[in-house]
Design a protein around this ligand. Structure first.
Ligand code: XIL
Length: 340
C-alpha cells in the first residue's frame, strides 16, 4: 500500500507539503467550511474512513440517514439513531452538521406513497414530518436542506408528490414549518444542474426572489454540483452564485462529485482536478459562499458507480485513501485564495 501510494504520489506530482495541512485548516483560514457527505455504515466499520473525515473536514452531511425513509420507516415510529450518532461524531470532532433533507420526492417511506392520501392529508403528514424532524435536531445543525430538487431541468416545476398535493406553496410552507421548529438553522433550497446560468437556475432565482419578497424564511441556496470530468465546470458558476448572494442569500456548494468514464487515466484525473479546483475558486470568489461539500470523499465509498453506469472514480481520494490530483487541486486553491 505504501509503495502504491508513493508511486502514485511521484507520478502525479503530489508532494507531502500539499497534503500535510488538512483541508479544514486551509478552509478555516479562508472563512469557509469544507464538508463531506458521510456514509454512516462506513463510519462505523472503516477506521481509515472515520479518521480521514475527522482530520480533513469541518462539516458533515448525512448521505442518507436524515432522509424520511430512514427516520420514519414505520409511520409514527421515529428512529434517529444513526443520524444522532453522526451528530455526536461531529461534535466530538469539532465539526458542523448540515441537515439533509426534509422535503424531497425521493427516499420517502413506502407507507407514504402506498396509503392513497388525499392532498390535504399529504400536507398534514408533511407538516408533521418537517416539524418533528427539525425539532429533534433543533440547535444541533447549522443548516438544513429543507427542500430538495423542486425543479425540472427546463425550469418548470417538478410534478412531485408534494407539488401534486400542495402546488408551489409546499416550498414556502416547508420553510415556515422548519423555521418554527429550529430557529437557529439556516434554511436552504438545494438542487442539481443549477450551477450555471440556465433555465433551471433562472427558475430557482425567480422563486428565491419571490419567497424573500414575501418574507418567507429562506437563508440560502445549495448547488449540488454532480458533474463530469469530461464536460468541466460551468463557466457561469461564479456569476450565478453571485446573483443569489446579491439578493441577500448565502450560497453553498453541497454535493460535489466529478465522475469519470471508467477506466480512469492520468488525463481524466487531471481534468477532474480542474473541475474541483474551478468550483473551489468560485466559492472563494463569492463572499457569501459558506461551504464546499463533497458527496463522498473516497472512491471506496461513493454513490457514483451505483448511480451512473460505467462511471466512477469521482472523489478526492482513491479506494486506499490516497489523495488524488483533485485533492491537491482543492488544497492549492484554498492555499492560494481568491485569484484576482
Ligand atoms: C444519494 C445517496 O448518495 C445514495 O446513497 C442513495 O442511494 C441515493 O441518494 N442528490 C441528493 C442526495 O440530494 O441526497 C443523493 O444522495 C444524490 C443526489
Amino acid at each position: 500500500m505504501f509503495a502504491r501510494a508513493l508511486i502514485f504520489a511521484v507520478v502525479l506530482g503530489v508532494t507531502s507539503s500539499q497534503t500535510d495541512t488538512p483541508l479544514r485548516t486551509l478552509a478555516e483560514a479562508r472563512g469557509k467550511l469544507i464538508g463531506t457527505a458521510v456514509d454512516t455504515t462506513a463510519l462505523v466499520t472503516d477506521r481509515g474512513y472515520r479518521e480521514t473525515i475527522a482530520r480533513t473536514f469541518s462539516s458533515v452531511t448525512p448521505e442518507n440517514v436524515m432522509k424520511w425513509e430512514r427516520v420514519e420507516h414505520v409511520r409514527g415510529v421515529p428512529d434517529y439513531t444513526a443520524a444522532d450518532q453522526l451528530v455526536s461524531f461531529a461534535k466530538a470532532n469539532n465539526q458542523l452538521v448540515r441537515g439533509h433533507t426534509l422535503v424531497w420526492h425521493k427516499q420517502v417511506p413506502d407507507w407514504l406513497t402506498s396509503a392513497g392520501f388525499s392532498g390535504e392529508d399529504l400536507a398534514d403528514v408533511l407538516r408533521s414530518h418537517v416539524v418533528d424532524e427539525a425539532s429533534h435536531f433543533a440547535g444541533q445543525l447549522y443548516a438544513w436542506d429543507v427542500v430538495n430538487e423542486p425543479f425540472n431541468d427546463d425550469g418548470t416545476w417538478r410534478t412531485s408528490i408534494w407539488y401534486g398535493a400542495m402546488g408551489t406553496e409546499y416550498v414556502a410552507q416547508a420553510l415556515q414549518w422548519a423555521r418554527g421548529a429550529d430557529p437557529a438553522a439556516k434554511l436552504y433550497i438545494n438542487d442539481y444542474n443549477v450551477e450555471g446560468i440556465n433555465p433551471k437556475s433562472d427558475a430557482l432565482y425567480t422563486l428565491a426572489q419571490s419567497l424573500l419578497a414575501r418574507g418567507v424564511p429562506l437563508d440560502g441556496i445549495g448547488f449540488q454540483a454532480h458533474l463530469t470530468a469530461q464536460h468541466g465546470a460551468p463557466t457561469t458558476f461564479t456569476a450565478n452564485l453571485q446573483r443569489f448572494a446579491d439578493i441577500g442569500l448565502d450560497v453553498a456548494i453541497t454535493e460535489v462529485d466529478v465522475r469519470i468514464a471508467l477506466p480512469a487515466d492520468e488525463d481524466k484525473l487531471s481534468k477532474q482536478a480542474d473541475v474541483y479546483r474551478a468550483l473551489m475558486q468560485s466559492c472563494l470568489a463569492v463572499d457569501r459562499c459558506v461551504s464546499y461539500t463533497v458527496w463522498g470523499f473516497t472512491d471506496e465509498h461513493s454513490w457514483v458507480p451505483h448511480a451512473f453506469n460505467g462511471q466512477g472514480a469521482a472523489t478526492l481520494f482513491d479506494e486506499l485513501l490516497n489523495p488524488k490530483p483533485a485533492y491537491v487541486a482543492v488544497a492549492n486553491a484554498l492555499a492560494e485564495g481568491v485569484i484576482p
